[in-house]
Design a protein around this ligand. Structure first.
Ligand code: ZN
Length: 87
């Protein structure tokens, strides 16, 4: 089973007009945040998980390094620190 922090499926009971109860499962993902500063990442697909999986890979994530993990400003400063530290 998936870790609790990675579970996205939310279940709720729905009453229909004929009074049969249906367990409705919605798999929606929230917007991705930067792991360093916490701002919302641009260009990362979110929402209904089945819709996101059907998108092309280029529409799901930006194609640059650390996409979906760091925002552009944090990545810029991380690259600068890495280069300056190596000299
Ligand atoms: Zn950031």
């Amino acid at each position: 089973m998936v870790k609790p922090s990675l579970r996205v499926a939310k279940t709720r009971n729905v009453r229909t007009p004929s009074r049969t109860r249906i367990v409705k499962v919605s798999k929606r993902t929230k917007r991705a945040h930067c792991s360093n500063c916490g701002t919302i990442l641009q260009g990362v697909a979110f929402g209904n998980q089945s819709r996101v999986k059907k998108l092309y890979r280029s529409k799901r994530l930006p194609s640059r390094i650390h996409a979906g993990y760091l925002c552009s400003l944090c990545l810029k400063s991380a690259i600068k620190n890495n280069v300056r530290g190596s000299q």
